[in-house]
Design a protein around this ligand. Structure first.
Ligand code: ATP
Ligand code: MG
Length: 244
């Protein structure tokens, strides 16, 4: 593992960075993923590297969406696979969601490696390799999904998604849950539920909320969903960043 003393004030951030580096070495994370990580770190710094209350509310609303969905899918890219593979598997188990590998820069080799990596972390079924579905309005490579996965899902969690694809998915009428540290990114802005938080905190938090809500009836979940205000969540995050 990395030689980072736990007493280091930036221990968590350095550990996260190491995981992304390792992801690149393993061939699961793209070099572009390193740049995305850097952008994320800057916003996390400005947010105080903690889950702000509005992001916690968003995580709870997102959990309620996943529990209420007919066919929820969690999308996994190279950064997500490197940072939180076991955490994504746990969230899938807590919500009954499928996991689908979905890459911005799709290569068969990277798809296979990520699927293997997820299975090593406990995933039973990993979708994404059939590639028999399309997201309308995107060029071929970026449009490819599984027809029985994201293609027919009603609720999709897309952590760290590219803005164009996030918008195209929302246009397909899917309820989109986005984890993104930048409240001004198009991904966060096109989400039904933007969770402005670090993936490594947000995913376990969503799992905890899903476990706490597991016994609730449909109308309780519906109330949680209806009470959530996406614009207010984005504004709260932006205010936090500006006031720090
Ligand atoms: P758009 O405005 O179209 O959404 P973008 O500039 O956000 O595009 P990228 O740079 O590819 O596109 O996206 C990376 C996004 O992922 C950034 O918004 C960054 O804040 C976010 N991000 C990176 N790492 C993490 C992380 N660990 N947790 C949450 N968000 C992250
Ligand atoms: Mg974005």
């Amino acid at each position: 593992g990395p030689d980072i003393p736990e007493s280091h004030p930036r221990y968590e951030s350095l550990l996260t960075r190491h995981r992304i580096e390792e992801g690149v070495d393993l061939g699961i994370t793209s070099r572009q993923g390193l740049i995305a990580q850097g952008r994320g770190e800057a916003f996390d710094y400005l947010l105080g590297e903690e889950t702000i209350p509005s992001a916690d509310d968003a995580a709870r609303a997102a959990a309620a969406h996943l529990l209420s969905a007919d066919q929820p899918v969690l999308s996994v890219n190279g950064n997500v696979a490197a940072l939180a593979p076991g955490e994504m598997v746990a969230l899938a188990a807590a919500t009954g969601a499928d996991i689908e590998v979905n890459l911005f820069n799709r290569t068969e080799a990277r798809m296979e490696r990520i699927a293997d990596h997820l299975r090593e972390h406990g995933a039973e079924e990993v979708k994404g390799l059939n590639a028999d579905g399309r997201i309308p309005g995107l060029d071929h490579e970026r449009a490819t999904v599984d027809a029985d996965g994201i293609g027919s899902a009603d609720v999709v969690l897309v952590p760290l998604e590219d803005g164009d694809r996030a918008a195209a998915l929302a246009e397909m009428g899917k309820t989109e849950l986005v984890i993104d540290l930048n409240p001004m990114s198009r991904s966060a802005q096109s989400a039904a539920v933007p969770i402005v938080d670090n993936l490594i905190r947000a995913v376990p938090n969503m799992t905890a909320h899903a476990e706490a809500l597991a016994g609730e009836d449909a109308s309780t979940l519906e109330n949680i969903i209806d009470d959530f205000d996406a614009d207010a969540a984005l504004s709260a995050a932006e205010e936090r960043i500006r006031d720090i």
